[in-house]
Ligand binder design. Structure first.
Ligand SMILES: C[S@@+](CC[C@H](N)C(=O)[O-])C[C@H]1O[C@@H](n2cnc3c(N)ncnc32)[C@H](O)[C@@H]1O
Length: 206
């Protein structure tokens, strides 16, 4: 088995919400990027998508940087649809996905740099244009816009923007990522590439 095959198999087996076909599409999008730079993810959760990105990074000699405060999004909090009580740290009473994340990305520790913090705090400090930006953080209207405003302009020209949970039909899911995708496409600076499921992929042309 090659390193990439090992990482893809680990990603497929890892805990998380990303469907296998979308994870594979994220990997394919990352390996197809033609410009230099890191692969940057907003929203690490337990590391499943970071492993898909790491599989591409291993082939291309890139690094994955993934950002999360590891306290979960709105839908992961108590009383919400995706809450998992076993993820609550008894010492703080707060959700903590960092231990699970570390376990998941263990096979790719040489390829994945984890930033523990809020994406909006990191963004003003960040100056290295990512070759690929994967937006998968909080999905409220306000936070999705904030991540768009903070990060999309940093993407390298010729680089790839991937947006997760894009649902054109409100019956299928929240509309904030769809709004990001729609606004980015309307800017005229991006060309849409083939997507898979709720994963949309765009190339920055200028
Ligand atoms: C949908 S999950 C990410 C799933 C992951 N990309 C995967 O597919 O395996 C969203 C993540 O965004 C994180 N998040 C929410 N708001 C954030 C913020 N302002 N800064 C950093 N991370 C944030 C949450 O903690 C959560 O882990």
């Amino acid at each position: 088995m090659t390193r990439t095959e090992e990482l893809l198999a680990a990603a497929a087996a890892a805990p998380g919400f990303m469907p296998a076909d979308e994870g594979r599409a994220l990997y394919e999008a990352a390996r197809a990027v033609a410009v230099d730079g890191p692969l940057l993810e907003i929203g690490s959760w337990m590391g499943k998508s970071a492993l898909y990105l790491a599989a591409a990074a291993a082939e291309a000699g890139r690094v994955v940087v993934t950002v999360d405060h590891h306290r979960g999004s709105e839908e992961h909090q108590p009383g919400w649809e995706y809450h998992q009580p076993e993820l609550v740290d008894p010492a703080t009473g707060l959700l903590d996905t960092l231990p699970s994340f570390r376990r998941t990305v263990h096979p790719a520790e040489d390829l994945v740099v984890a930033v523990v913090g809020r994406s909006e705090v990191l963004a003003p400090l960040w100056s290295s244009p990512p070759a690929l930006l994967f937006l998968d953080g909080s999905h409220t209207e306000e936070s999705a816009r904030r991540d768009q405003d903070a990060w999309v302009g940093k993407l390298a020209v010729g680089g790839t923007l991937a947006v997760h949970d894009v649902f054109p039909d409100p019956a299928d899911g929240g509309q904030a990522p769809f709004g990001v995708y729609t606004r980015v496409l309307a800017s005229g600076d991006f060309t849409e590439l083939p997507g898979t499921g709720s994963l949309r992929v765009l190339r920055r042309d200028r």
